[in-house]
Design a binder for this molecule. Sequence first.
Ligand code: DC
Length: 228
Amino acid sequence: MPVVTIDGPGGSGKGTIALRLAQHLGWNYLDSGALYRLVALSAMNHNVEISEERQLGRLARELDVEFVPHGNEPVTLMDGQDVTGKLRTEVVSAFSSCVAAIPMVRSGLLDRQRAFRQAPGLVADGRDMGTVVFPHAQLKIFLTASAQERARRRYKQLKEKEESVNLSRLLLDIEKRDERDRTRAISPLRPAADAHVIDSSEMGIAEVFQEILRLLEKHQVIRKDMLS
Ligand code: DC
């Protein structure tokens, strides 16, 4: 079963690209960041603190979650409730990066992530898809962009939703989250040895998408007629 992994820091565009690629190929899509966000949200709902590692591990193993395909943003149900709007808030973003550093949370989510590998193929988006979860993936992409460019993209996104935001504050938050994701002891954010690194700082989504299709064809994961 073919697997394509797209790892990289938040704001690199990997979520948009991975979903678009899955739709283009008719493959399954795993947004692993959403799982860490769901653990964070569940912990907040149950008043579980960051120091309660065992409890957090249990929440990760027992998450009752369903992703319902819905255009460009799947609807996420936790315990049957639509939590899509809550998952991307700054407070959940910050807490998810803390819970993601806990080994029991990571191991608690491992089988659930691997279960997404189903016919006809999987596009998996995250931080450790190519290094830990799917080390034998047919194609591994590490998509990155400068912190400034990622902050600018996030600013634009939040402005569109009319949330009040401050660009320099966003940049600081992004740098803090990157630092936590890169330096944690377990599954740190880094490209797999066999990953193709793409810097999207000066590339549009369409350009990145075409580059990934080209790599897929080159590695014989897709046929030439699936290029456009
Ligand atoms: O991709 P995202 O921003 O939705 O991810 C939210 C947090 O989860 C992020 O701070 C890092 C963490 N994460 C992780 O540690 N491993 C993954 N495979 C995906 C996300």
